[in-house]
Design a protein around this ligand. Structure first.
Ligand code: RM4
Length: 278
């Protein structure tokens, strides 16, 4: 029986929370008793993604109604590259649930492109979304957390946990990702510096580093059977990741009970890909 209630009574914001890794983390946070406000772009396709997420959240609530541990799902549209989106998302979460305990900065784009013909507009859009967006959301979350009363000493006395979804690409290059890998290295570095800056406020900041996880970011790239076979062959666990593989590590980093002394850390979730140079 998988544990529940690990994030009981907490409130989290998750950017890019209607698809892929963000969606998987949102569902597991809800299952662990955390209220969740997911950010999305408010595009037509997001309506379908949101409806699907709300259906799954409802099913969780029905399944766990007795336990009473399941959190409440809410959402707010906004482009994280807009400096106003992060503060608005935090205000929405606090207005609805009273405080902010966890911030998962997940929203990101990765359009594979050859470096020699890489356009400045794609470079700029990738940096604005993946790195600028992380800064705006993380700073807004940290400002709210720093202003809040700490959790009771018995619950670790923390004021919050911030998780930057970086990538294995923070540590290694990608031939068709020269515009993307620097942004993921930047998210990792942002978490390291925020861990130092926010430690005195009892706010923990850590980075999740997914490996090759099947999401809309790499649908096209992994549609190539040769590329998919090559990646699977390099991964010791023998498979590319599923977004659900990130849910448990995200609960670990969000929970003061599980990771109360962990800050400034980077957690690779890659099936062993990084350590396999064969
Ligand atoms: C990751 C890594 C994966 C790729 C995704 C989009 O950082 O490079 O291989 O599929 O990005």
């Amino acid at each position: 029986m998988s544990p529940t209630g690990l994030l009981r009574g907490k409130t989290a914001i998750i950017t890019g929370g209607t698809t892929g890794i963000g969606r998987a983390i949102a569902l597991e946070y809800l299952r662990q008793g955390c209220n969740v406000v997911v950010n999305h772009l408010g595009l037509a396709r997001d309506a379908g993604h949101l409806a699907s997420l709300e259906r799954e959240a409802g099913a969780l609530a029905e399944a766990a109604a007795a336990a009473g541990d399941v959190g409440v799902l809410d959402h707010l549209a906004g482009d994280v590259s807009d400096p106003a989106t992060g503060p608005a998302l935090v205000r929405h979460a606090v207005a609805r649930f009273g405080r902010l305990d966890v911030c998962v900065s997940n929203a990101g784009i990765c359009e594979f492109a050859e470096f020699l013909t890489l356009g400045g507009d794609l470079w700029a859009r990738t940096v604005r979304t993946n790195l600028d967006g992380a800064f705006y959301v993380v700073q807004a979350a940290a400002q709210q957390m720093a202003a809040q009363a700490p959790a009771p000493a018995a619950e670790g006395g923390g004021r919050g946990a911030i998780i930057g979804v970086s990538s294995i690409s923070a540590l290694v290059g990608g031939g068709r990702q020269a515009h993307y890998t620097p942004t993921k290295a930047g998210v990792l570095s942002l978490m390291q510096s925020c861990a130092v800056a926010l430690g005195p406020h009892a706010i923990r900041c850590n980075a999740l580093l997914p490996g090759t996880v099947r999401t809309q970011l790499n649908d096209a790239d992994l549609a190539d059977p040769a590329k998919r076979a090559y990646m699977e062959g390099r991964i010791p666990l023998g498979r590319t990741g599923d977004p659900r593989d990130l849910a448990g590590p995200a609960v670990f980093l969000a929970s003061d009970y599980l990771s109360g002394y962990v800050t400034g850390a980077q957690l690779l979730v890659d099936g062993g890909l990084f350590v396999n140079l064969q």
